[in-house]
Design a protein around this ligand. Sequence first.
Ligand SMILES: O=C(O)CCC(=O)C(=O)O
Ligand SMILES: [Fe+2]
Length: 323
Amino acid sequence: MDTIPVIDFGLIGTSDKKTSDTEEQWKILSENVFNALSRIGFMYIIKHGIPQSKIDHAFAESEGFFQQPDVIKEKYLIDMSKNYRGYTRPGQQILSHTSFHEFRECFSIEEPDEAYTVEETPGLISSIEDLRKHCRLPVRQLLRLIAMALKLDDEDYFVNNYNGGRLHQDPGLNSSMVRTHYYPPIPEEIQIPANSVRCSEHTDFGILTFLFQDAMGGLEVKALAGNWIKANPIRGAILVNTGDIMELWTGGLFPATPHRVLIPEEEIQKRTKRQSITYFVNPDSETLVSPLSSKLCHGSGRSFESVIFRDHYQKRLEASYKY
Ligand SMILES: O=C(O)CCC(=O)C(=O)O
Ligand SMILES: [Fe+2]
């Protein structure tokens, strides 16, 4: 499959569980989800119920933050000895050993913390938290659709491993993270070092990622055959992909699809900033993740080792921040 399918969540409405009225629609969507995740690992979700104004607001607040001088942004520099919250400057996180530099800066928020503020852009944290809050319903819907797609006896299995099945996030229990990215314009006078990218080829670390992107484009997805296809922006749609944990749970049936953002060849895009916001959906930190059944693993021919999510996450984050 060389196109990224579009899945319409409007069909199942605003309940996070199927009801007798919507059972048929849930079944159809779960089949669509199965095809998308087994063939490409990416899909667009439309009519997901998140107001466009919330998305636009988080983008505007993020832009306000990133356009400030470095000295201000670096006041909020990530301190990895404590947590992964705060500002990452360009080149500080490199997602693949094959890249020399990433023209990408970002700001990450792991879990809600009322006391944490960015005084120069006071709306940054609240707009991001608002977006996170709105993501929870479509995340829970999708986790149940995936359980149905896999024909699990327990359709709540994934939901129960995401914040212990609760709608509100418990600090410490779950490290799901919102990260707002800014790819700065690359001015003509800058010498671009060899092997530089905007974002290196990588897989995501958790269960799923929800990605909101602006109109600029540039994200590419590696199809199973190894060719790269463009994940063109669709206004208002959430681009969803599976991460390492879904690949492990399904024994490779739903692979974690590699993706990247190269430095654009088109001058206009190169000289223009790009923004994206990701919500990385992680299982609860203490979850022991292993392939769910030998039936699912059958056919992939690969073996998978069980991991405690906290250990896996720590390892992957530390490796990417070593530089
Ligand atoms: O900015 C993008 O479009 C991709 C970002 C991404 O893949 C990530 O942060 O994991
Ligand atoms: Fe990613």
